[in-house]
Design a protein around this ligand. Structure first.
Ligand SMILES: NC(=O)c1ccc[n+]([C@@H]2O[C@H](COP(=O)([O-])OP(=O)(O)OC[C@H]3O[C@@H](n4cnc5c(N)ncnc54)[C@H](OP(=O)(O)O)[C@@H]3O)[C@@H](O)[C@H]2O)c1
Length: 258
């Protein structure tokens, strides 16, 4: 498809910016929604609704990567859906997380509710769930690396590179609406202890790693692999490759940012 007008919400974020890069490299006309001014940005706030109608106007596709960590994920989506209906029903592509219906975290529940809002909206839509990003997993495990002994939960992760997810989202944005599509996972499923070791090695801060059980139903859901997609090892970049790239670029490995 050529000449598609695409709005990327969250296009300033970790995943969204990679989607924008990918789509622009493919020659697509991309608009980025942000609450803040910036080059090539259309301003709008999905929480207040300000600027959203004009941001969505004229778009053939909206890739929805904006997110809210304070429980308003569904409210953001309602605002977007409403604007999209008025704007002639563009194809809405939403990125969710593997296990939103299995891991009892508030953020996951909100993402699951958002999937349902989009699926029931009547808009042409595609919903892609992905496993945890490399940056998130590194951030979770890097915080503890300052301690002499690092307790890590006895669970596994299937971290995936945002650029790999962005490639999939860009492909979906240029394809026909497909509803909920198969999950997208990282190339390897590894125990958190092994991933923490990799972070320690890459940052030159080797520590003794001790796997621990954590009480509670959220840990049980993670320990049961509710957040994993073993049948979908789609991503190409491994966690160690991602860490090596950060080291090569002189980007701190042990910091808790992404
Ligand atoms: N992290 C993971 O491991 C993971 C795994 C699977 C799926 N996902 C999903 O991937 C998506 C992107 O995650 P990410 O880590 O790339 O996010 P992120 O870096 O935290 O970026 C969040 C984006 O949301 C935008 N935003 C927040 N509130 C907004 C509002 N009220 N109106 C308009 N824009 C708003 C921000 O834009 P401005 O600040 O510029 O306004 C920013 O670009 C999320 O839906 C997340 O659930 C994440």
């Amino acid at each position: 498809m050529v000449g598609v007008r695409i709005l990327v919400t969250g296009g300033t974020g970790r995943l969204g910016s990679a989607v924008v890069t990918r789509l622009r490299a493919a020659g697509e006309e991309v608009r980025v929604l942000s609450r803040r001014p910036g080059p090539d940005v259309v301003r709008g706030d999905l929480r207040t609704g300000r600027g959203i109608d004009s941001a969505v106007a004229g778009a053939d596709v909206v890739v929805h990567c904006a997110t809210d960590y304070l429980g308003r994920e569904a409210a953001l989506a309602r605002t977007l859906v409403e604007a999209a209906r008025w704007a002639g029903a563009p194809h809405l592509v939403y990125v969710s997380i593997v296990g939103v219906d299995r891991v009892p975290l508030g953020y996951y529940r909100a993402k699951h509710e958002t999937e349902e809002i989009i699926a029931a909206s009547g808009l042409p839509a595609t919903i892609q769930r992905a496993t945890q990003f490399h940056g998130l997993v590194r951030g979770l495990l890097a915080g503890a690396s300052r301690l002499p002994v690092v307790p890590v939960p006895r669970i596994s992760f299937q971290p995936v590179d945002v650029r790999d997810v962005a490639r999939r989202l860009a492909d979906l944005a240029l394809a026909d609406p497909a509803g909920r599509v198969p999950d997208f996972g990282g190339p390897e499923i590894l125990p958190a202890a092994e991933l923490a070791e990799a972070v320690g090695e890459a940052s030159g801060r080797r520590r003794r790693i001790v796997p621990v059980n954590v009480p509670g139903e959220t840990f049980r859901a993670y320990a049961g692999g509710g957040h994993l997609a073993p049948g979908h090892r789609d991503g190409e970049t491994t966690f160690r490759q991602y860490l090596a790239e950060r080291v090569a670029h002189g980007t701190a490995v042990h910091r808790e940012d992404s």
